[in-house]
Each structure stands twice: as C-alpha cells, then as structure tokens.
Design a protein around this ligand. Structure first.
Ligand code: F6R
Length: 222
C-alpha cells in the first residue's frame, strides 16, 4: 500500500480532476461524498471546473441524528454550501431518517458507487464507523464515541450541542465502492493513517479494512 504525499492543494486538484473525467466520460455516474474539513478543497476545485453533474447521483457517507437540514452543522447544509448549491446534480442522497433503511439497496440499484471520497478520524474511523465496527456493517444508526464528539465539538458552540448519534454507511457499504480515495490532511492524522494502512486489519481501526480494497488510493498532506 503506497501513501501518496503531496500538498493539500495538489491532492485536491488531482482527485477533483479524476471526478471530472469520470463524470464527463460516463453516461451516468455515482459519487460517494464525505463532509468535514478534509474534502473542502476537492469541492472548491469541482466548483471551479467545467463539469455537468446533471447525470450524477451522490450518496453522502453520513448525517447526524437530530439536526435539521437548516442547521449549519448538518451535513446536508455543509454539502449545499460547498457544492450542491453551486452545481446541479441528478440527485443528492443522505442516510437520513427517511432513506437510512433503504440506503444500501438504493446504492446497489444505482449500480454502485464509482468513486468514494473518504476522510479518516483520529481514532481510525471512516464515515461514522467507530472502533469496534464489524467488516459486514451496513448503513445504520450509531452512537458516536467520546473521541469523535470531542473532535466535532470545534464546529459547535459547546460540546453539549454535538449530536451523540448519526446515521452512517457501514464498512461493507463503503467497501463495495468501485474506487476509493482516502485523504488524511494534517500531522495529527499521520500516525493513525500509517497504522490503518500498514498495521493489522482490525475492527479497532475501521480504516484498516480498506487495505483489502482492490482499488484504493491513499493521500497524505501535512
Ligand atoms: C464525514 C465523515 C468523517 C470524517 C472524519 C475526518 O462525512 O464521514 O468520517 O471524514 O471524521 O474529519 P475531518 O476531515 O474533519 O478531519
């Protein structure tokens, strides 16, 4: 497994260009999208590119429980701000209360995710699959760990406002993606990224399951 090192700017440009090529070359395309600070640069690049997403479906990895789409910290709000209000898509899906039970079959019926973008948590989570998540997990409701609540509290006025549950794609859902781009940005992510990519494959580090994916690209920038 090779970890590709480059500046954040270049990583984002490379991934955005790959997405552009997929979308332009396909009759119909399906993207799996992440929120958080990591993919912001990718969306910034996509906004500037000449790409028509009208035949592109998106599936976001996760969404908090209990935050309405008008809440600035909801992932729907985030995606609107960074991408969806700037570019018109065929449809944008989230594992919310309504779609969560059907999410995996919806993705299957769309013929699977062509490109999945992933960040990694400092505890090795991917999406909201926290340590201890089994390999065969699918989209479901989960409790967030203290570590994740603490990490995410920087976006809220106080830690008490951070939701304690989320709905998330499972490891199995993510592993079915045809191509995965895992991005870790910042020195605080270096150790966990190396553990996840070079250490044992274990539910204690959910990102370590990605080692078994046939089409994974991993990027690190300081
Ligand atoms: C977001 C998500 C999370 C983040 C991870 C890293 O949709 O699924 O797993 O990718 O927590 O977050 P950032 O990028 O903010 O460091």
């Amino acid at each position: 497994m090779r970890i590709r090192r480059n500046t954040y700017q270049k990583v984002c440009h490379q991934i955005a260009s790959t997405i552009k090529k997929l979308v332009n070359d396909s009759e119909f395309s399906v993207l799996g999208l992440a929120t958080g600070s990591t993919p912001i640069g990718i969306y910034e690049q996509l906004r500037k590119m000449d790409v028509d997403f009208k035949k592109t479906l998106t599936y976001n990895l996760d969404e908090y429980v209990g935050l309405d789409k008008s809440h600035p910290q909801s992932y729907k709000y985030f995606m609107n701000e960074h991408l969806f209000k700037h570019k018109e898509f065929h449809s944008n899906n989230f594992p919310d209360e309504k779609l969560c039970p059907y999410y995996d079959s919806m993705i299957d019926n769309s013929d699977g995710i062509d490109i999945q973008i992933l960040g990694i948590g400092t505890n090795g989570h991917i999406a909201f699959n926290e340590p201890g998540t089994p390999r065969d997990s699918v989209t479901r409701i989960v409790d967030l760990t203290e570590n994740t609540i603490k990490d995410n509290s920087r976006f809220f006025n106080s830690i008490d406002e951070v939701p304690t549950q989320a709905r998330t794609m499972g490891i199995e859902t993510i592993m079915k993606s045809k191509e995965i781009y895992l991005v870790a940005q910042g020195k605080h992510k270096k150790e966990i990224l190396e553990k996840a990519m070079y250490g044992d494959i274990t539910p204690e580090i959910p990102a370590s399951f990605l080692q078994e994916h046939q089409n994974l690209k991993v990027y690190y920038s300081d």
